[in-house]
Design a protein around this ligand. Structure first.
Ligand SMILES: Cc1cc2nc3c(=O)[nH]c(=O)nc-3n(C[C@H](O)[C@H](O)[C@H](O)COP(=O)(O)O)c2cc1C
Ligand code: SF4
Length: 430
């Protein structure tokens, strides 16, 4: 079911304008918190809401906040707007069209956790988003909503907008901190976890931009209201980006628990006439594929994990009977080889070999045993052998495709033109 909470009014009004955002109740949650709630009251509403992070892993937001040490050091909040997962474009939409909802949510998180500074880390390619955000933060500062003694209270916090240089790895929570500190975006060894020693060695909370966008509605309506939307363990809404072989690609804000079939067939308009669904990558290039027989799975963190896939950031890539599982694997392998930071051996070497084997299979030069070679590479890279999850991400789709469409890989070992694409062309010519 479509439910507009984060996207409410976004297509009808210019919410990038502070006066328009305020005329629709914007910054009233912040005013309510500063006037009538203590920081602990806000923390408690977030606990009751059971909000889980929208950046991929679905980590409990309250749990993350509760691990901050109480040792008097300055605390930082990083808003993760890197959004580099192929197929995800919901964060970009929020940044460009509803920037004040993100700013208000970040201010509420900063108030609740007593943060000294907020850093918004935006993907390097988000030129427009960075301009929209800089303007919105400037307008909020002029109106006394950012900076010293916000709305006349004792609460002060600064807000910095920072653009990365376009690296997928800089979305990872520790690489983002290295990048913000002016170093190469390489992941750090954990522990220490960011809440113990993060940006500049200080306690740091990292949240996806969509996660914090939920905070103003939660404070305005109460945590119990939010907890009542969708499944109890995975409440709220999720903005799903859906693209590929669908008739109406785009962003759709759905209640958690909405069946994948409804999103695909009703909201995204289904597939082009005459074509059949082959599989969906529900969380971009790093997720295990979902088959047509699994379309009735509810879109929430736990249900998607139960079918050995994931909701992740819900960047859905839809493939139909024209798409070859090997071709999709090759595109992913090329991406991960390019994006591997090279810090650890299984990922650095493994992504290179995976691309090499898939490149020759894809280009008509497959060799006997290549399918087995790919299975061995998956085993060598996956299973948490690397410093960060990019290594595992690089083989998640491939492993699932080798399970579901092994015969397509084996057929490519013979070399020559792609047998799957040929079959699809023959079908469409009939
Ligand atoms: C390789 C890699 C890339 C990631 N990219 C992003 C990203 O672009 N945006 C994001 O919010 N989280 C990304 N994450 C997850 C973050 O590390 C982190 O878990 C998240 O920002 C926490 O926010 P949340 O709790 O609000 O979901 C990435 C993780 C990995 C391993
Ligand atoms: S898994 Fe890959 S991206 Fe992550 S630290 Fe290791 S080499 Fe870098």
């Amino acid at each position: 079911m479509i439910r507009h909470i984060l996207t409410d009014g976004m297509d009808e009004f210019d919410l990038t304008r502070l006066d328009v955002y305020r005329s629709r109740g914007g910054y009233e949650a912040l005013a309510k918190a500063l006037r009538t709630m203590s920081p602990d009251d806000v923390v408690n509403e977030v606990k009751v809401s059971n909000l889980r992070g929208r950046g991929g892993a679905g980590a409990g937001t309250h749990f993350k906040w509760s691990t901050l040490p109480n040792d008097g050091r300055p605390r930082y909040l990083i808003l993760n707007g890197d959004e580099s997962e192929p197929g995800s474009f919901s964060g970009r939409m929020l940044v460009q069209k509803n920037p004040h909802l993100i700013i208000e949510g970040a201010l509420l998180a900063a108030y609740a956790c007593k943060m000294a500074r907020i850093f918004l880390y935006l993907r390097g390619e988000f030129h427009e988003g960075a301009e929209v955000m800089a303007r919105a933060v400037g307008a909020a500062r002029e109106a006394g909503l950012v900076g010293d003694r916000i709305l006349g209270s004792d609460f002060s916090v600064e807000f910095v907008v920072h653009r990365g240089a376009g690296a997928y790895i800089c979305g990872e929570e520790t690489a983002i901190m290295e990048s913000l500190e002016g170093k190469r975006g390489h992941p750090r060894t954990k522990p220490p976890f960011p809440t113990a020693a993060g940006l500049y060695g200080m306690p740091t909370v990292i949240q996806n931009v969509e996660t914090v966008a939920n905070l103003a509605p939660i404070v305005a309506n109460g945590g119990a209201w939010f907890a009542g939307i969708g499944p109890a363990k995975s409440p709220g809404t999720k903005i799903c980006s859906i693209s590929g072989r669908v008739r109406r690609p785009g962003n759709y804000e759905i209640e958690m628990g909405t069946p994948l079939r409804e999103l695909l067939e009703e909201h995204a308009g289904g597939l082009e006439p005459g074509h059949a669904l082959k599989f969906i990558l529900p969380a971009g290039a790093s997720s295990a594929l979902v088959l047509p027989s699994q379309l009735d799975t509810p879109l929430d963190f736990d249900s998607m994990t139960a079918i050995r896939s994931m909701l992740g950031s819900a960047g859905m890539l839809v493939c139909d009977d024209r798409d070859c599982a090997v071709h999709v694997a090759y595109l992913g392998a090329r991406f991960y080889h390019h994006e591997s930071c090279g810090k650890c051996t299984p990922c650095r070497e493994g992504t290179g070999w995976t691309e090499k084997v898939l490149h020759r299979m894809e280009h008509g030069e497959g060799r006997p045993g290549d399918t087995k070679r790919l299975s061995d590479l998956c085993a060598g890279i996956g299973g948490r052998k690397c410093l960060c999850l990019l290594g595992d991400f690089s083989v998640t789709y491939l492993e699932s495709a080798l399970r579901a469409f092994r015969e397509e890989f084996v057929a490519h070992e013979a070399g020559g033109p792609c047998p799957v694409a040929h079959a699809a062309l023959e079908v469409s010519a009939r």
